[in-house]
Write a protein that binds this ligand. Structure first.
Ligand SMILES: *Cc1c(COP(=O)(O)O)cnc(C)c1O
Length: 440
């Protein structure tokens, strides 16, 4: 087993000891040791620009200095780290700051629930609450939606490969077509409404609809403002709760703190995780309108619902929202990313590429099978960490920390352009080679 060849690969410890289920280390096969801002370093000291940002858990960058100072201070004065969901000063400050900086200025009236530390915990609690409040079982999810890996959230997730891991039937959800799923000319809200109004449709009235405004894992399709508004109106009309899964698109990723603000909608339940912890620390929130707070004490419990380091980090991270500087930066950088992606799509028509997404959650869907992954692999060789998204990993996803400076953003985009060029050339010469062989 312990062959010399295995020992020579940088990841041999992981290959030998860690389960086959490991995932991102396969795309970025080095051992990382250090990170700061938008940069990671591997064991050999090679630097990488991070266009992945912990899948959106690092909106404020790696080891953000201001947040780090708060965490170190808190630890050095023996601030309580684990407290179940007991009342702590750290949680009190977070709740007050979240209320003052985020909810109040936006006119949003939400109770805050701490459902456990991960995104899928927030989704499970949202689905459970919606069913409890309405007494209904069905949830409408959307094609290519992603909501997490535990059974309830997985039942609302589109990806066939991910779903097949469940081992039991994934029930009580119905996948509805997302905005433009059936082409630009087919109005999917009209289709959903028809199913709801028709007693013969075979579809029961759902407890809730759960959606992402930009589908982070499912291929970066973004719903239009008009579609979101009409879905919200449809939910109101039929007494269906609207759940916004803002785990990836929220915390400023699309420019505003919540991704649904641009649509002016007011979801009944909102799920937040990933960057709410500020420092990449696990933290999740389920927000809901006060009249939905029908939980009995302890009815949805969990050991890690009081991650005080997460609260300390999250409270400091929210200071980025005291003014609109970060937000304006995201819109500006998002604009620049869009411009460059559109240029690349024009420059390389053979990629059959389409620009998708919003803000700093954008990408390039590549029309050639397997090419997006090869481009990302080339980019990694050149010192850029960039991942794919979509059911066939067909979308190159550009997702740097929101705090990245213009220079690093440009440098990363140049590496991406060079990687596209290299991969397209390789593609063309492979094709020429194949055609040559076929003719011979
Ligand atoms: C990542 C993600 C989740 C799941 O969060 P985990 O912390 O991985 O459980 C749910 N919904 C969306 C939109 C996500 O991006």
């Amino acid at each position: 087993m312990n062959t010399i060849a295995q020992e020579r690969t940088p990841l041999y410890v992981f290959d030998q000891l860690e389960s086959e289920v490991r995932s991102y280390c396969r795309s970025f096969p080095v051992v990382f040791t250090k990170a700061q801002g938008h940069t990671l370093w591997d064991r050999d000291g090679k630097a990488y620009i991070d266009f992945f940002a912990g899948a959106g858990a690092l909106n404020y960058g790696h080891n953000n200095p201001a947040i780090k100072r708060k965490i170190v201070d808190y630890l050095s004065k023996d601030g309580i780290v684990h407290s179940l969901d007991m009342a702590t000063e750290a949680k009190e400050s977070f709740l007050q700051t979240f209320q003052r900086v985020i909810l109040q200025p936006r006119g949003l009236d939400y109770k805050v629930m701490f459902p456990g530390p991960t995104g899928t915990n927030a989704v499970e609690s949202a689905l459970k609450l919606a069913r409890k409040v309405t007494g209904r079982e069905t949830i409408f999810s959307f094609t290519n939606g992603f909501h997490g890996m535990t059974l309830g959230a997985l039942a609302a997730t589109g990806n066939r490969m991910k779903r097949s891991g469940a081992g039991v039937p994934l029930t009580n959800t119905v996948a509805m077509p997302y905005d433009r799923y059936l082409g630009d000319d087919i109005d999917t809200v009209g289709y959903i409404e028809r199913l709801l109004e028709d007693d013969g449709s075979g579809v029961s009235l759902p407890a809730a609809m759960i959606l992402e405004t930009v589908q982070g894992e499912g291929g970066l399709k973004a719903a239009s403002v008009d579609w979101l508004q009409r879905i919200a109106a449809l939910c109101r009309k039929y007494g269906i709760l609207l759940i916004a899964d803002d785990i990836q698109a929220g915390c400023g990723r699309t420019g505003s703190f919540f991704s649904f603000e641009q649509a002016g909608i007011y979801p009944d339940i909102v799920c937040l995780s990933k960057s709410i912890g500020g420092y990449g620390l696990p933290l999740a929130l389920t927000l809901f309108k006060p009249e939905l707070d029908v939980w009995k004490p302890g009815e949805h419990n969990g050991t890690f619902r009081g991650n005080n380091l997460g609260f300390v980090a999250a409270t400091e991270a929210l200071s980025h929202w005291e003014d609109d500087r970060l937000s304006r930066g995201v819109y500006a950088k998002g604009q620049r990313i869009r411009e460059v992606l559109a240029e690349l799509a024009d420059m390389w028509p053979q990629l059959a590429a389409e620009v998708r997404g919003r803000g700093m959650l954008q990408g390039l869907a590549i029309g050639v099978d397997g090419l997006a992954e090869r481009i990302c692999a080339h980019a990694f060789e050149r010192g850029l960490i960039v991942e794919t998204s979509g059911p066939r990993s067909e979308v190159i996803k550009i997702m740097p920390p929101l705090t990245i400076d213009d220079e690093a953003l440009e440098q990363g985009l140049r590496i991406l352009a060079a990687s596209i060029q290299a991969s397209s050339k390789a593609q063309a010469s492979n094709q020429a080679g194949r055609e040559g062989r076929e003719q011979a």
